[in-house]
Design a protein around this ligand. Structure first.
Ligand code: IMP
Ligand code: MG
Length: 419
């Protein structure tokens, strides 16, 4: 039974939500394995837009079910909110979601800490302020709250007291939410989730089920935001690569395909290196045409040309087996398109960055290609072929609009090219 992962091949916002949604009809389970409500996965269903931050991008009318894995950090306020929005259009949809109780929670304190730390940093990261970094920090420093504590109220209270004791020694009276407010909030959210009939199951309990059926693993953010191998410290605090499936008990060797989702150009929100970034009128034009504003924070995204050295890096780091290109239509009508083919790093030309350090010192080397009128134009096919030749990985699917059905395979595209 097929196992597939979909990850972002750039700095996130490549359009993974839509791509997962497109493939979801062929899968029994859609599994999120990392990140939290920093993600914003936009899907359309019957012309209505839904933005999922935590929930896996299942097709609402299908039989597929969603699993929220232990590698995630869960903000229960957002989780309840998201489920409630879906429930109003699809009653009982909550019962299609399963949560691993080993997952850690994002507490109200974590969001406060995210604000405080960002405002104190000499070089802010530009986080989404969703408490992601502080929640993962607490997990690693062994001060986190696991979901299952909510079902043992005295354990929960004890842990909150211990954690608050430590936190208040670092933050003094800067934290505004009291222990009892955090406790009340968590219990209320737990009760609400029970009412919605969300299911709980560990990856241990799901092992047999997952292995005997089809599973699509939905990555969050993108390879270049990965905690270990992204442009550190301008990264998120979790694994953005296919390797993250280990938190659901899988090995990458069990994956039949790992698709990297790639925008036809590049965007980034937040701070950090971005070798092919462009400014001025051209940047503004792409931002406007591509509606490049964050799905989670509404911030304008930084924009730039396609970056092939970064793509080669993502391919190797995350073991990509194929690509899905999105937003190809945004560049329709441009006379010339620039593509970065190499980096100049301290006077040497490189195809692929050797380490995340290279992104900080890279000077992009560009090639100009002819633009296309629309995605049936032969020049668009040439753009795809150029990417494939240069990176030795196939572009298997093309997305040319926000709707789930605005997507085709490359073979289909080739048959419909205007010659
Ligand atoms: P954090 O994940 O909120 O800590 O933010 C760390 C960095 O990752 C910032 O540059 C964010 O803008 C970026 N980031 C986090 N989540 C996403 C996402 O889903 N899409 C794009 N960028 C993201
Ligand atoms: Mg996004």
């Amino acid at each position: 039974m097929k196992k597939m992962a979909i990850v972002g091949a750039q700095w996130g916002d490549e359009g993974k939500g839509k791509i997962v949604n497109y493939f979801s009809k062929d899968f029994e389970w859609i599994v999120r394995f990392s990140g939290g409500s920093n993600a914003g996965h936009t899907i359309y269903y019957k012309d209505k837009k839904y933005v999922n931050h935590l929930l896996p991008s299942i097709m609402p009318n299908s039989n597929s079910k969603g699993f929220l894995g232990a590698g995630m950090v869960l903000d229960l306020e957002k989780l309840v909110e998201e489920l409630s929005i879906l429930e109003s259009d699809f009653p009982d949809i909550s019962s299609k979601f399963y949560i691993d109780l080993e997952a850690f929670l994002v507490l109200p304190w974590h969001k406060e800490e995210d604000e405080i730390i960002e405002s104190m940093r000499k070089k802010p990261i530009g986080t989404t302020r969703r408490g992601i970094g502080p929640s993962y920090t607490d997990k690693v420093s062994r001060e986190g709250i696991k979901f299952y504590y909510l079902f043992d109220e005295s354990l929960l209270m004890n842990r909150l007291e211990d954690i608050y004791y430590l936190k208040s020694s670092y933050y003094g009276n800067k934290l505004k939410t009291s222990i009892s407010e955090v406790y009340e909030f968590l219990i209320k959210a737990r009760n609400r989730l029970e009412k919605l009939k969300v299911n709980y199951a560990s990856a241990i309990e799901m092992g047999e089920v997952f292995r005997s059926t089809s599973v699509l693993f939905e990555g969050a953010q993108g390879v270049l935001l990965d905690l270990d191998f992204g442009t550190y410290p301008f990264v998120t605090s979790s694994s953005c690569m296919a390797h993250g499936v280990s938190s659901v008990g899988f090995s990458t060797f069990e994956l039949d395909d790992v698709y990297g989702v790639l925008k036809a150009y590049t965007t980034r929100v937040g701070e950090g290196p971005f070798p092919t970034e462009i400014f001025g009128e051209e940047a503004e034009k792409i931002r406007r045409l591509g509606n490049e504003y964050g799905a989670t924070t509404g911030r304008p995204r930084r924009v730039g040309w396609l970056d092939l050295p970064a793509l080669r890096y993502a391919k190797i780091r995350s073991g990509l087996t194929g690509l899905v290109i999105t937003k190809s239509d945004v560049l329709n009508g441009f006379d010339q398109i620039k593509v970065c083919t190499n980096y100049e790093i301290k006077g040497k030309i490189k195809d692929t960055p050797s380490s995340s350090y290279d992104f900080f010192v890279a000077k992009p080397v560009y090639k100009e290609l002819k633009g296309w009128k629309n995605t049936s134009d032969i020049n668009f096919l040439k753009y795809l072929s150029f990417i494939e030749e240069q990176t030795q990985i196939n572009v298997d699917y093309i997305s040319y609009g926000p709707k789930t059905e605005e997507m085709c395979s490359k073979n289909h595209l080739i048959l419909n090219i205007d010659r």
